[in-house]
Design a binder for this molecule. Structure first.
Ligand code: FE2
Length: 290
C-alpha cells in the first residue's frame, strides 16, 4: 500500500504505464484553475507573429517564444485559428492552444494546484520520490479546431538520464471520444525510446529530432485505446508510454492541465529544448526545498 494509491493501482501502473484516478481533484479547484487560465489569456496580447503550436511541425516552427517558454508563461495559438497573414480568425479566448510552460512556478493558483501532498504521494507511490516539477501546460483543445497531438513519448521532449519524466494529466473538463480524449498504448512503456527532440548548437539554430530506435510507434488510432475520463480525473503517464489525441471536432472544449516531473537525481542535458535560467531552479514537488 502506498501513500495515495492501493496495491492494485500501483500494479496497474507498472503493467500498463498509465493509470487514471477519478475524483482526484474537486470541482472548486478545477473551477479556480480554469478561471486563472481564462484570466491569463485575457491579459495576453497576441503579437503579429504569435506562435502556432503543432507537434507535427515543431521542428520547423521552433522559435524564440517556444524555446524561451520553459521559464515563462506564454500563450500558443491553434493552427486553425490563424489565417495566411497570421491574423486571428476568432476571439483569442477560442484561439489559444495552450498556456506554457512555467505557470506552476510563476502563478500562485497554478502553483497551489501543482505542489500538493496528494500529487507528491502519487509520485512517490510509483517510484518518483524525488520529483521536481519541470513543465506545466494548460491545454484548451478548443471546440471544432483543437488540434491533433501526434503519437509520441514524453521522454522524447523531456529527456533525462536515466529516463524519469512522468506526466500528470488532469482533466479539467470531461474528456470523451468526441472532444479529443487521450489514447494510449497500455504496456508499451516497456518499448525503447524512439527519438530525442534536441536544441541544435546555439539557441538560434532551432531544434531537431534525433532517431534512437527504429521500432515504429503504435499507429493512431488503430493500435491505441481511448481513455475517456470525467473532469477531476488524474491520469498518470509513464514517460515512455506512446499516447495521442485526435482533433476536437465537437462543439465542446476539452480543457486539461499537465505537469511533467523528473527525478531530481537524474541528469537533465542542456540540449533539451526546455531550459530555465539559473535564477529559476526546478523545485521539489514535496516542497522539501522551501
Ligand atoms: Fe505527451
Amino acid at each position: 500500500m502506498g501513500h495515495l494509491l492501493d496495491d492494485a493501482q500501483i500494479a496497474a501502473f507498472d503493467r500498463d504505464g498509465v493509470l487514471a484516478i477519478e475524483g482526484f481533484v474537486g470541482p472548486d479547484a478545477l473551477a479556480e484553475l480554469r478561471q486563472r487560465a481564462d484570466d491569463i489569456v485575457d491579459a495576453w496580447e497576441p503579437t503579429a507573429a504569435a506562435t502556432v503550436f503543432t507537434t507535427e511541425d515543431q521542428q520547423r516552427r521552433s522559435n524564440d517564444e517556444f524555446l524561451s517558454s520553459g521559464g515563462r508563461i506564454w500563450c500558443f495559438l491553434e493552427e486553425g485559428a490563424v489565417d495566411a497573414e497570421g491574423h486571428l480568425t476568432r476571439d483569442k479566448s477560442l484561439a489559444v492552444n495552450k498556456i506554457g510552460h512555467a505557470q506552476h512556478d510563476l502563478d500562485d493558483v497554478f502553483e497551489r494546484f501543482s505542489y500538493t501532498d496528494d500529487l507528491t504521494g502519487v509520485a512517490s507511490d510509483i517510484g518518483l520520490s524525488d520529483a521536481v516539477a519541470l513543465q506545466s501546460m494548460y491545454i484548451f483543445k478548443q471546440p471544432g479546431i483543437g488540434g491533433e497531438v501526434s503519437c509520441h513519448q514524453d521522454a522524447t521532449f523531456l529527456y533525462t538520464d536515466p529516463l524519469s519524466v512522468t506526466g500528470f494529466w488532469f482533466a479539467v473538463e470531461d474528456a470523451t471520444l468526441d472532444n479529443g480524449c487521450l489514447w494510449t498504448a497500455p504496456g508499451r512503456h516497456r518499448d525503447p525510446l524512439r527519438r530525442q527532440f534536441r536544441r541544435r548548437g546555439d539557441n538560434d539554430d532551432g531544434t531537431e529530432f534525433v532517431d534512437l530506435d527504429p521500432t515504429p510507434l503504435p499507429a493512431a488510432p488503430d493500435d491505441l485505446v481511448p481513455l475517456e475520463v470525467p473532469a477531476g480525473t488524474l491520469v498518470v503517464l509513464d514517460g515512455r508510454l506512446p499516447h495521442w489525441s485526435d482533433v476536437n471536432r465537437s462543439p465542446r472544449s476539452r480543457h486539461a492541465y499537465t505537469l511533467h516531473c523528473i527525478s531530481a537525481a537524474a541528469d537533465y542535458p542542456d540540449w533539451n529544448w526546455l531550459q530555465r535560467g539559473d535564477d529559476m531552479p526546478l523545485r521539489r514537488l514535496d516542497r522539501s526545498d522551501r
